[in-house]
Every structure is written in structure tokens, then in C-alpha cells.
Write a protein that binds this ligand. Structure first.
Ligand code: ATP
Ligand code: MG
Length: 139
């Protein structure tokens, strides 16, 4: 079952700019079923932990401040080959490199403020989803 699920966040920039509906529409049109969904906000500590893998990178402080500055939409999504297919749907980290038809091509402004997160492995998808949603919130 885990291999059919991924985790996403609509990041603070996209929420601020009114793109929740547009992005959720691209997600469902892309064949993903919404298993869990909520508007929430990362604390600074949450964002530090979420992106701990980047803690030595020069942009880490900026990334943590960005991700905790306002509400996000957290969601668990289901589809065959979910992790890989969702990474394809969101496009490259830098929107300048993102393919036509991807979420980042349409909604991301910069490599730092790039509208949406997608898990990079089945293992991380399960960890990230479980951080935000109890079992009874997963449909
Ligand atoms: P995410 O993990 O958010 O889905 P990603 O997997 O495409 O993004 P990562 O390499 O994991 O990319 O980087 C995590 C996030 O850190 C990026 O989405 C972006 O917000 C930020 N980031 C990455 N590289 C840079 C950079 N060179 N300058 C500023 N911010 C960056
Ligand atoms: Mg990543």
C-alpha cells in the first residue's frame, strides 16, 4: 500500500497567492486520489526537522523561514507509482527548468519559493504523511 501513496504540501507562497484550488485541481486531474487533506502551519522546529537533510546548505535558514511563515496545505495522495508520478507532475525544483504542464511551471516563482512539495521516496512519504495525519484521518 505504501508504494501507492505520496505526501504533498502546497507551500506558503502558493497559499498566499490563492492557488490552493488550482493546484488541487491539477492534482486530481493528474489522477491522484486525495486520501487526507488539511490547512495547517509548520512551526520553525517542524520546518527544521522536515528539511534537516539540507541543514548544511547555504539556503537552509531561508528555507526554514519560508516554510514556517504561513499556512500550508498538507495532503496524502494515492495513485499507482505515486511518488515518482507526483514528482513528474510537480516538475523540477527550479521552475525555470520545470516542464510545460507541471505544477511548478504554472505556479512556482523561484527555486526557493516553488509552490509545492513532493516526497522523494516511499519511506519518506509514509513518515511525512504520518507526521500530519492520524490513521482515522486517512481515507
Ligand atoms: P521538496 O523537497 O520541497 O519537494 P525538491 O525535492 O524538489 O523540493 P530539494 O532538493 O529537496 O528539492 O530542496 C528542498 C527545497 O529547498 C526546495 O523545494 C526549495 O524550496 C529549497 N531549495 C532547494 N535548492 C535551493 C536553492 N539553491 N536555493 C534556495 N532554495 C532552495
Ligand atoms: Mg526534496
Amino acid at each position: 500500500m505504501a508504494t501507492n501513496r505520496t505526501f504533498t504540501m502546497i507551500k506558503p507562497d502558493a497559499v498566499e497567492n490563492g492557488h490552493i484550488g488550482g493546484i488541487l485541481n491539477m492534482i486530481t486531474e493528474g489522477g491522484f486520489k486525495i486520501v487526507s487533506l488539511k490547512l495547517t502551519q509548520l512551526t520553525v522546529a517542524d520546518a527544521q526537522k522536515f528539511y534537516a537533510v539540507h541543514s548544511e546548505r547555504p539556503f537552509y535558514g531561508e528555507l526554514v523561514a519560508f516554510m514556517s511563515r504561513g499556512p500550508i496545505v498538507a495532503a496524502i495522495l494515492e495513485k499507482d507509482n505515486a511518488v515518482e508520478d507526483f514528482r513528474t507532475l510537480i516538475g523540477a525544483t527550479n521552475p525555470a527548468d520545470a516542464a510545460e504542464g507541471t505544477i511548478r511551471k504554472k505556479y512556482a516563482k523561484s527555486i526557493g519559493e516553488n509552490a509545492v512539495h513532493g516526497s522523494d521516496s516511499d519511506e519518506n512519504a509514509a513518515i511525512e504523511g504520518a507526521f500530519h495525519f492520524a490513521g482515522r484521518e486517512q481515507f
